[in-house]
Design a binder for this molecule. Structure first.
Ligand SMILES: [Zn+2]
Ligand SMILES: [Zn+2]
Length: 299
């Protein structure tokens, strides 16, 4: 059972490229105006209504098992509000988050639920919650809307395109942060890498025989062949317009984070300590139990 991370602060694990790339987007001329325009667009609200009307809504009563699993992960990552949970038919090993303002929706593909072990699914759900926790959802929806504008309104394209590229670059960087949240949720590098292997396309018939070594090896090879994960290399790749994957690169970044010792540090800092008198859990540096006042008896 993964440990709850008490008052987990996103700053402690966010990938440095993530914040840098979002800042670079925000200061582009016109970024603020376009952001407001796109976000006030009724289609975004329509998207959430559509989901509510078409997809299976997971609640405490409709699907208690899955609801409990999602709720547990929200607790582990100290997410302050649970998103609305839906499932969507599709044999993708994936999930996504969408929404606007305070209506955040987490959509899990049925394939992810059927094809993943519990821990692997925890990783995927934790990844999405990482996006929610870091406030990525608004900009992800925006990146999709930008792509639609560029495709459908050619007059707007020259103005939107630079913003679009900057935003797409950031979307990739935000994946690194969300992957770290996924690992903090499942607290098992093996499960995280296995879920990445499945996302990268390993066929179901080989699931039982695969090991994480395969993806680590591929990631190392990728790094050697393409000059590592230097800022420049990622930038070049990010100009390509397909969304998400780059799964091997993401696996490499995750392994690097664990190898650096930073992952362990975050776990230790936020795992908290349990009061041996009343069972309440406090942050690691709390001087006393806020329930019973105990000062020195901790587990
Ligand atoms: Zn993501
Ligand atoms: Zn106590």
């Amino acid at each position: 059972m993964a440990q709850k991370l008490i008052k987990l602060d996103t700053k402690s694990y966010e990938h440095p490229f993530d914040a840098k790339a979002l800042q670079a987007f925000k200061i582009l001329p016109g970024a603020d105006k376009v952001t407001n325009f796109v976000m006030n667009w009724a289609t975004i609200k329509w998207l959430t209504i559509q989901l509510a009307g078409s997809n299976f809504h997971v609640t405490k009563n409709s699907c208690p098992e899955l609801f409990k699993q999602v709720k547990n992960i929200a607790d582990i990552l100290d997410l302050d509000r649970l998103p609305e949970i839906y499932t969507e038919w599709g044999y993708f090993v994936n999930a996504y988050t969408t929404g606007y303002d305070d209506a955040t929706l987490l959509v899990i593909y049925s394939g992810a639920i059927d094809l993943m072990s519990e821990k692997e699914l925890n990783y995927i759900i934790g990844h999405e919650m990482g996006h929610i926790k870091s406030g990525h959802v608004l900009y992800h929806v925006m990146a999709q809307k930008f792509a639609e504008i560029v495709a459908n309104f050619s007059l707007a394209a020259p103005f939107i395109e630079p913003l679009c590229l900057a935003l797409n670059y950031w979307v990739r960087m935000s994946e690194f942060t969300a992957d770290r949240a996924g690992l903090l949720a499942c607290q098992d590098l093996d499960a995280a890498l296995k879920s990445i292997i499945k996302m990268a396309g390993l066929p179901g018939k080989f699931f039982s025989s695969m090991g994480k070594e395969a993806i680590i090896e591929q990631a190392k090879e990728f790094e050697q062949r393409y000059g590592g994960l230097a800022d420049k290399a990622i930038k070049t790749i990010s100009i390509l317009d397909d969304s998400h994957p780059w799964t091997v690169m993401r696996a490499a970044e995750l392994v690097k984070w664990v190898d650096s010792g930073e992952y362990e540090k975050v776990l230790n800092k936020y795992k908290g300590k349990t009061c041996s008198i009343c069972g309440n859990v406090e942050v690691q540096d709390a001087s006393e139990c806020s329930v019973c006042g105990n000062m020195d008896k901790w587990i």
